[in-house]
Ligand binder design. Structure first.
Ligand SMILES: Cc1ncc(COP(=O)(O)O)c(CN[C@H](C(=O)O)[C@H](C)O)c1O
Length: 346
């Protein structure tokens, strides 16, 4: 059983391809703070057109894209609504309070189906005791929901209801193309139902760095100013944007990651130590409950010893993420390694 390395911790681990490296090396560049980097400009124009928005800005990370959206949509003291398990609340270091001076009210179930009722029940009347609620954040696909997809119709209901109450909607679309590919729909069917959208180039699409934030031109102008304030004004960033342009060609191959995730989930669920809701495995993320009282950290360690890396996703939850650098043979190897575990697991 020769040990090999299979890294399923996250799709953030994707490595730049040879084509990306060539594009990076030969990229036309200029000073992007002066608005003079032709490759950044091209990427921003292509990204805006792709998601059907007026303008877009290239940012170093999905987290910065999300935080710029909050800054550009709100004033200090406003309230933002997000799912309690949303990345923007769960994994972004409390940044909305740190930079935007806003509070996030965590809502259980906003992203897990029935979001409109959750939102409707969360709204409060104007009252001297209550902050002004300004923004609703959605996430598609839903990372901590095991990469599940919010259908465009549900997004439309939420978007129209939010709009009727004067709220803006920001979509954390870190893995939005995974959602579009899962449904076989144009990504604009999703983005027509939000005021701003962030999507990552650096995850399943394979770029080494970067995300795009898109919205109307006034919003992007505000986001650009806040990015500068956060020290995110970049100089010859065309070197990175060139990889992003190549990454956009990887959208259609995402179905391969989804297929690998389904094969992995099916194989793992046949083993006594993993409990998986197979209908929730829609894209490239597999979340498994660890049975037998084994802590997730223990399972991560035992699989690690066999060369398979995955993430603990809670005390008894583990996450496997398929991506560009994971092939069918890696899935097979993972199932073999996991199969060995189950035999030896008490
Ligand atoms: C839905 C969503 N939105 C935003 C981000 C932030 O993107 P980056 O700041 O890492 O570029 C992530 C990254 N997710 C990472 C991962 O899944 O391994 C970790 C948890 O931060 C994300 O999953």
């Amino acid at each position: 059983f020769d040990i090999k390395a299979v890294d399923l911790r996250s799709d953030t681990l994707t490595l730049p391809s040879g084509e990306m490296r060539e594009a990076m090396a030969s990229a036309l560049v200029g000073d992007d703070v002066y608005g003079e980097d032709p490759t950044v400009i091209r990427l921003q124009e292509e990204a805006a057109a792709l998601v059907g928005k007026e303008d877009a800005i290239f940012v170093p990370s999905g987290t910065m894209g999300n935080q710029l959206a909050i800054l550009a949509h709100t004033e200090r003291g406003d309230e933002v609504l997000a799912d309690s398990q949303a990345h923007i609340y769960y994994y972004e270091v409390g940044a909305p309070a740190m930079w935007a001076g806003v509070s996030i009210r965590p809502l259980d179930g906003l992203l897990a189906g029935g979001g409109l009722d959750v939102l409707r029940n969360a709204l409060r009347p104007a009252d001297i005791h209550f902050p002004a609620t300004r923004l609703v954040c959605l996430e598609n696909t839903f990372n901590r929901g095991s990469g599940t997809v919010m259908f465009p119709d549900e997004m439309k209901d939420i978007y129209h209801f939010a709009g009727s109450k004067g709220l803006k909607v920001h979509l954390d679309g870190a893995r939005l193309f995974n959602a579009a590919v899962f449904l076989g729909k144009d990504v604009r069917e999703f983005t027509a139902n939000c005021d701003s959208v962030m999507f990552c180039l650096s995850k399943g699409l394979g770029a080494p760095v970067g995300s795009m934030l898109a919205g109307d031109s006034g919003f992007i102008a505000r986001a650009r100013k806040y990015r500068k304030a956060l020290g995110g004004g970049m100089r010859q960033a065309g070197v990175l944007a060139a990889a992003g342009l190549v990454a956009l060609k990887n959208i259609n191959r995402l179905e391969e990651d989804h297929r690998h995730a389904r094969v992995l989930a099916k194989g793992l669920s046949a083993l006594p130590v993993f409990e998986i809701e197979l209908d929730r495995v829609q894209t490239n993320i597999v979340v498994a409950r660890v049975a037998g009282g084994i802590p997730a950290s223990g399972l991560v360690r035992m699989l690690g010893e066999k060369g398979v890396k995955c993430s603990a996703f809670g005390p008894d939850l583990v996450r496997f993420v398929t991506h560009l650098n994971v092939g069918p043979e890696d899935v097979e190897y993972t199932l073999k390694a996991a199969g060995e575990l189950s035999v030896n697991t008490p």
